[in-house]
Design a protein around this ligand. Structure first.
Ligand SMILES: Cc1cc2nc3c(=O)[nH]c(=O)nc-3n(C[C@H](O)[C@H](O)[C@H](O)COP(=O)(O)OP(=O)(O)OC[C@H]3O[C@@H](n4cnc5c(N)ncnc54)[C@H](O)[C@@H]3O)c2cc1C
Length: 410
């Protein structure tokens, strides 16, 4: 492990591309000098998946995480995440989600843990709503199994939902719930089995990149590698301060209620769902999973924060607000409040992810800005990161996620 003063050498723009070239054809001897091939900064949803895919390819991986495995202080806790395929946000996500399903399945078999519970999914709203139209567009363009349910169909098949006037729903049978803490643990365990060194409660204080070496400083030491992947979730802006990424961290609350009529909310009767209750205002939820009650949450609260300033308590006004909405669309779920928890979204201006090379350092890859909908993709993002950090390209189409879309107009 190198010690002593670390000097940051900022590459000149003219060197930047030259450097990228050199790295792609990096001679083997140089490579052997670095104790690790890749350091991964942050082992949440995306970092754990990247560690898994890189280690399985035989790369020497060091993962550094400031907290404990599958902790509850970032973006990936709360015991459930929706996975769905008729992607209302953009049809270009569909090939990625298809691959994610395959990879979740493999991970599930390998780990022996139940990671994904299929329940089917409903995208509910007025016919012309962005949610319904977007889900239909993805389903039609990619020929996905789906049904468009009228209000009467919805009421007949899913009596839990008090569908309001002019409401329809897109039903997609492959949607379901992921168990995020178990998913992260499965990726971490798979990475460790494949030889990755994963260190927890070891925050990264500094990193430097120059040429084909990156150096990462923690309280425990200075580590070096040929590549760095930054998967720091809500901390991305702090870890990459000079990039000035257009990220906003948002506090979002999850609520668990004990349903008044539990029989209506078992996973075989109640699907996961998203409901557009007012134009572009979304609430979503799950059936009662494992020992939990039903979980509901708004998709985007609008309350900005930082990982340091996030308000972790949940006010009575917020609880009453959610109860008011439940009374309107899911009345039998509006029982005793069991628990609340807060979690952070890291939003980009257009709601699409950021996956790209650091513009100043060819050896640094960044993946952040998952804007509250990244979890379901984590294995395919891990796979894409493993390829991208090594070769500068990946079999997956990640054009939508490139940084250049934020370049200011000339
Ligand atoms: C309430 C809520 C509901 C959501 N629902 C869904 C859903 O239903 N479906 C879906 O697909 N997505 C959903 N998402 C979004 C999804 O969970 C996130 O997009 C995803 O988990 C982001 O993963 P990440 O790896 O970027 O962040 P994280 O999992 O937070 O990982 C970042 C990690 O980096 C570590 N780190 C940061 N800085 C340092 C440092 N200096 N040194 C060491 N370690 C560091 C952090 O401690 C953390 O562990 C939801 C998110 C929230 C908050």
């Amino acid at each position: 492990m190198p010690t002593g003063k670390v000097e940051e050498r900022v590459l000149q723009p003219s060197n930047r591309w030259l450097n990228a070239e050199l790295i792609l054809q990096r001679p083997v001897e140089k490579r052997a000098m670095a104790p690790y091939d890749v350091i991964i900064l942050g082992l949440g949803a995306m970092g754990s998946a990247a560690a898994y895919h890189l280690a399985r390819r035989g790369r020497r991986v060091l993962g550094l995480e400031q907290f404990t495995p599958a902790h509850d202080r970032g973006a990936s806790h709360g015991r459930s995440r929706i996975i769905r395929e008729a992607y209302f946000e953009d049809p270009r996500y569909v090939p990625l989600i298809r691959r994610a399903y395959e990879l979740w399945d493999t991970l599930q078999q390998e780990s022996g843990a139940r990671l994904l519970l299929p329940t089917g999914g409903l995208m509910i709203g007025p016919e012309e709503s962005e949610l319904v139209q977007g889900a239909l567009a993805s389903a039609r363009q990619h020929d996905l199994r789906h049904e468009l349910l009228s209000r009467a169909d919805l009421r007949r098949r899913f009596a839990q939902f008090a569908a309001e006037e002019a409401t329809v729903a897109v039903w997609e049978p492959r949607a379901g719930a992921l168990f995020p803490e178990d998913c992260i643990r499965a990726h971490l365990a798979g990475a460790t089995r494949a030889g990755a060194v994963l260190q927890f409660e070891e925050p990264v204080r500094q990193w430097h990149a120059a040429g084909d070496t990156v150096e990462v400083t923690t309280a425990g030491g200075i580590y070096s590698a040929g590549r760095l992947i930054v998967t720091a979730g809500p901390w991305a802006g702090q870890v990459l301060p000079r990039l000035g990424l257009p990220l906003e961290v948002e506090r979002n609350v999850m609520y668990w209620f004990r349903p008044r009529d539990p029989a209506l909310f078992t996973p075989d009767r109640c699907p996961v769902y998203i409901y557009e209750y007012a134009p572009r205002r979304l609430v979503y939820g799950f059936p009662a999973l494992r020992a939990d009650g039903i979980k509901v949450a708004y998709h985007h609260s609008g309350e900005l924060c930082t990982p340091e300033t996030i308000r972790r308590d949940v006010g009575e006004d917020e609880i009453q607000g959610m109860r008011g909405l439940l009374a309107r669309y899911l009345p039998e779920a509006n029982g005793e409040l069991l628990q609340t928890a807060t979690c952070m979204y890291t939003n980009t201006p257009d709601g699409h992810f950021i996956i790209d090379r650091h513009p100043d350092y060819a050896s640094v890859t960044i993946a952040c800005g998952f804007s509250g909908h990244g979890f379901k993709f984590s294995p395919v993002i891990g796979e894409a990161l493993a390829e991208f950090c090594e070769y500068g390209h990946t079999r997956h189409d990640i054009e939508l996620f490139r940084l250049r879309r934020f370049a200011s107009p000339v």
